[in-house]
Write a protein that binds this ligand. Structure first.
Ligand code: HEC
Length: 133
């Protein structure tokens, strides 16, 4: 009995450990200077309001009431932790959305934004990193 309990506890721990580890994603470099360029950040802000704010934004930006019920929730990019996120990670998440593990299994509703150009995705990354500033 004790053995099975230990086994179950170990399995649960492994699951938790796997969920918390950052998944692997492609290494990418933004175009030089883009992340700091005011016009790129402004372009990213416009894209954010038109495509992302319904889930990630504030009510004044058009946040939808259903956004409060997503599980997992859509993160709030005004949290300063986003200033320090790897730009390549943010790019990858915008590009693949929920179509990667562990997000798919978690029931994520984050869309994949493959219709955007690489430049537009970098502009969004530039904005997300500055949204809390
Ligand atoms: C339909 C609602 C919805 C829309 C629209 C949406 N997202 Fe998301 N997004 C989510 C949810 C829910 C999550 C959390 C689950 C996950 O990570 O997949 C998420 C996660 C993310 C993450 C990962 C954050 C992290 O800390 O790992 C990024 C980056 C992101 N979204 C960027 C965007 C951008 C940029 C746009 C607009 C181009 C956008 N999202 C539009 C729902 C949405």
């Amino acid at each position: 009995m004790k053995f099975y309990f230990t086994l179950a506890a170990l399995a649960a721990l492994t699951l938790v450990a796997c969920q918390n580890s950052t998944p692997t994603y492609p290494a990418r470099q933004p175009p030089p200077g883009l992340l700091e360029a005011p016009d790129a950040i402004a372009a990213g802000a416009r894209l954010f309001v038109s495509r992302c704010a319904s889930c990630h934004g504030k009510t004044s930006e058009g946040r939808s009431p259903r956004a409060d019920f997503f599980q997992p929730p859509a993160p709030d990019f005004s949290d300063p932790v986003y200033q320090h996120k790897d730009p390549a990670y943010l790019f990858w998440r915008i590009e693949v959305g929920k179509n990667a593990e562990p997000f798919r299994s978690q029931g994520s509703v984050m869309p994949a934004w493959r219709g955007l150009s690489d430049r537009e995705i970098w502009q969004l990354v530039a904005y997300l990193k500055k949204r809390s500033v």
